[in-house]
Every structure is written in C-alpha cells, then in structure tokens.
Design a protein around this ligand. Structure first.
Ligand code: ADP
Length: 268
C-alpha cells in the first residue's frame, strides 16, 4: 500500500453506521407498485472490519451499498460515516463493481492513475505512485496494455488498483468477483485477503456466495427479500491469515450450515 496509508490510531470504533434505513423505489411503470428494496436496516461497521452482506438476488444488497456509496438517497433513516450523514459519494469511499468498468481507450497505467489525474492535473509525482500500485496489483509488465488485452482477473485487479490509488479508507465492493471463472475467483479472493491484511481498509463486501463471505469476512450480514431486511448477523472468528483450505474445516462448515439455515428458514 502507499506508505501514507496508515492504520488509524483511533482504533476499532464504528465508522459506517446505518440507522433504520429504508429505500423505496418508485414504480417503474404506470400503475405499478413501488418497491420497498430495503426496510428498517440498522448496521454498524467498525473501522478496519471486513463485513460481508449475503442474500439471494433482489434482497437489497446493492441498494445498501449504493446508499453507503452515496449513489442513492434513502427514503427514511440515514447512513453516517464517522458520524457525518452521507449525502453524496466521497473520496474516502472507493467502489468496485462486478464489471471492472475500465476506460477502454486508456492503458493500465492511465486507468490506474485516473483518480490521481482527476484530483491533480499536473501529473506531478504520479508515475511513481502508479508504478507502485501496478506492482502491488501484480500487473507489472502490463502497464501499456489496454483492457481488452487483459484477462478478467487482471482487469479487476486494475480496477481495484484504480480504486485504491487515491488512498480511500473504505472499500465498497459489489459482487467484485461474480463475473470471474472459479479459478480466477479463488486467486482474487486470496489477493484480497492479502490486501486487507497489509492495509486494513474497512470493507463492505456484497456477494451471494456464502463460501466467499465466510472465507473473507469478520462478520456476515444475512439479508432476506420482500422487503430487504437483515435476518441475522454472524461474526466469523476463523483465525487469520486464512488459507484456501480453511473451506475444508469443520468450523467453516459450521458457519455455512448456520447461514444456509437462516436463508432457508427466511426464504422457505
Ligand atoms: P440485490 O443486490 O440483493 O440483488 P437490489 O438492491 O439490486 O438487490 O434490488 C432490491 C430490489 O429493488 C429488487 O426488487 C429490485 O428490482 C429493486 N430495484 C433496485 N434498483 C431499482 C431501481 N433503480 N428502480 C426500481 N427498483 C429497483
């Protein structure tokens, strides 16, 4: 990580706070009913915590992330970041989507440096920071490649590098590995575990993959649909650093059974 990113001295205090959050989308067609995407969701995420949100399609996971990111406004309730209500996106919250959304006409170097260029057009000292980030992302040798010349995993690493280069303290990830094949997905999970270990950002990680959530996170929030609510919050105390083979342990299976039983009970 860039040397200036430091583990906060303020310790393990709530950094993202959702209080009684409700989001209702207006009907998308005339005469249709509004959609209550999330209802009365309250959640507190600590500084440096890795929090995953799991649940089936349509249970409001992306809506929660969009509210935290400041892309959407709540109907009721609010999101607080360090005690301040979110009204718009902010540089301390980097968002990584399922599709890497790199700019196709820019090289890896230009894509990774995009946020720096937006912030400071002089480009002064950017090359060194971009070079470091490209190394951290394991993309050395591909600086001058365009997105179409990269594999899916490499594209997603470039997108994560672009998100991190402006040194956010929070990483909001919406199914970031959902479009990758199983092997690449597993490599990216390992990569993210290492990244989190060395940098400790606060992570809100959306996934519908229960195994992925258990492998990565400190806590799993299980959401259920119609309307989207929190059905359970399950702390994951598997010891870190975690290796891939933790998925074979009895403890892992115990978490998995617990989460699946909540989902089965709530969804029927
Ligand atoms: P998830 O991420 O768990 O799949 P979403 O947050 O995307 O769930 O969606 C929750 C519900 O809100 C779904 O019923 C979805 O159709 C609806 N929804 C999401 N975005 C919009 C929107 N912009 N307009 C209307 N309905 C929406």
């Amino acid at each position: 990580m860039p040397a200036s990113v430091q583990w906060s001295e303020r310790g393990f205090v709530a950094v993202i706070e959702l209080t009684n959050l409700t989001k209702v989308y207006a009907a998308t067609r005339k005469g249709g009913a509004p959609t209550v995407a999330v209802e009365d969701v309250s959640l507190s995420i600590s500084r440096g915590e890795f929090c995953a949100v799991v649940g089936p399609s349509g249970c409001g996971k992306t809506t929660v992330l969009n509210l935290v990111a400041g892309f959407e406004k709540s109907t009721q309730g609010q999101v607080l970041i360090d005690g301040t209500p979110v009204t718009r996106p902010g540089p301390e919250r980097a968002v990584v989507f399922q599709q890497p959304s790199l700019l196709p006409w820019m090289t890896v170097h230009e894509n990774v440096g995009f946020g720096l260029t937006l912030r400071d057009k002089s480009n002064h000292g950017h090359d060194e920071a971009i070079g470091q980030m490209i190394d951290i992302m394991g993309l050395e040798g591909f600086e001058h490649h365009y997105p179409y010349q990269l594999s899916g995993g490499m594209q997603q690493r470039a997108a994560i590098g672009r998100a991190l280069i402006t040194e956010p303290t929070m990483l909001l990830m919406d199914e970031p590995f959902g479009a990758l094949d199983a092997q690449t997905r597993s490599e990216m999970q390992r990569f993210l575990l290492e990244l989190w270990r060395s940098w400790h950002p606060t992570v809100l990680f959306i996934t519908h993959d229960v195994d992925e959530a258990i492998l990565l996170s400190d806590r799993i929030v299980v959401m259920t649909p119609r309307p989207g609510t929190i059905a359970a919050e399950i702390p994951v105390t598997l010891k870190r650093p975690r290796q891939w083979d933790v998925v074979l342990s009895q403890e892992f299976l115990h978490y998995k059974k617990r989460i699946l039983s909540v989902l089965r009970r709530e969804i029927g």
